[in-house]
Design a protein around this ligand. Structure first.
Ligand code: DOR
Ligand code: ZN
Length: 357
């Protein structure tokens, strides 16, 4: 209980959890890295770094060079490990997968269906061509990270994830039942149900923004481009299904922010691009969602235990404290020479996170 000046007493919540990791983040490259790496390394220990640069990161030597550019931007005194991924194309070879397996810094391979989202033009158009690649990944235990949306223009944008599960994910797992798969940034009841009942080699990440928001937040009373991401926010009942999954204690669900920076002008445009920037307050946003669901006790599993267990890595040694305390989210953050508008810009955040040991 904290005594306030008027003599009112308000119960402030506080919890400590094992230091978390972010199992899905976009850092971009060049001048953008100063802000994105500073935010990503503030209290996470590790991050799975998405490879959708232009041009994409398609082999180990590019991944190692990119990792070096990232490490140069880590603020002094921080221990933080970027875990790299390769971008799958129609031309990815079995050798590329073997190279990744033998590299200490590459942890997974990301599949974007071509045209599904930001910088996915070089993504996969012909899944049949990748049979040897999937076989090798299954054999070696290399995780396949999926952007789970079909790209068929006749399919409604709100149905693209559910269609992907039927048309792509189920057949893939029938052919490669032991393939390690992460269905990234899930947004629907269908995805949550599929993953909850799938075999242990199938998992999903869930973003903070899909836990906190639904499509009304983006579209009712005006179009708010900073809520636009892919897969797109769905109806409230899907948001509730994601909250149930994240707070269920099921180890198949874990934290992946999908924090994705874009310059303000690229989002506030006639054809605005997809992505929400949450890295500056990721844990604070997740804590808010878990607290609202009355499930703060489930945050440590979701944020700090389930991801390492899936990837076969140790949990972190340090501890992070989350305290209920309000602070104003910045209106803008720098992104190289541009400005970006983070999610929640100018509004109030309810939690504060810091490493304590
Ligand atoms: O909203 C998104 N932004 N979804 C993605 O899949 C990609 C990401 C980005 O790179 O901006
Ligand atoms: Zn992403």
């Amino acid at each position: 209980m904290l005594p306030l000046s008027q003599g009112i007493h308000v119960a402030m919540q506080e919890i400590s959890i094992i230091q978390p990791d972010d199992w899905h983040i976009h850092l971009r490259d060049g001048a953008a890295l100063q802000q994105t790496v500073a935010d990503a390394s503030r209290y996470f220990a590790r991050a799975i770094v998405m490879p959708n640069l232009t041009p994409p990161v398609v082999n180990v030597s590019q991944a190692l060079a990119y990792r070096q550019r990232i490490l140069e931007q880590v603020p002094a005194g921080r221990q933080w490990n970027p875990l790299m991924t390769l971008y799958l194309t129609d031309n990815t070879s079995r050798q590329d997968i073997l190279d990744a397996h033998h590299c200490d810094h590459v942890y997974a391979v990301k599949l974007y269906p071509a045209g599904a989202t930001t910088n996915s033009d070089s993504g996969v158009t012909d899944w049949e061509r990748l049979t040897a690649v999937f076989e090798t990944m299954q054999e070696l235990g290399t995780p396949l990270l999926l952007h789970g949306e079909v790209t068929d223009s006749t399919i409604d944008i709100f149905d693209r994830e559910a269609e992907f599960i039927e048309r792509r994910l189920q057949p893939l797992l029938q052919r490669f039942p032991a393939l390690k798969v992460v269905l990234e940034h899930i947004t629907t009841t269908e995805a949550a149900d599929f993953v909850a009942t799938a075999a242990g080699n199938v998992a999903a990440t869930i973003t903070a923004h899909h836990l906190l928001y639904n499509r009304n937040h983006m579209l009712a009373g005006g179009i708010r481009p900073h809520y636009y991401c892919l897969p797109i926010l769905k109806r409230s009942r899907h948001q509730q299904a994601l909250l149930s999954a994240a707070t269920s204690g099921n180890p198949r669900f874990f934290l992946g922010t999908d924090s994705a920076p874009h310059a303000r002008d690229a989002k506030q445009a006639a054809c605005g691009c997809a992505g929400c920037y949450t890295a500056y307050a990721a844990l604070e946003l997740y804590a808010e969602a878990f607290a609202a669901a009355g499930a703060l006790d489930k945050l440590e599993g979701f944020a700090s235990r389930n991801g390492p267990a899936f990837y076969g890595l140790p949990t972190n040694d340090r501890m992070l404290r989350l305290q209920q305390s309000t602070w104003p989210a910045p209106h803008n953050l720098p992104l190289g020479n541009d400005a970006m508008v983070p999610l929640r810009a100018g509004e109030t955040l309810q939690w504060h996170a810091e490493l304590v040991s």
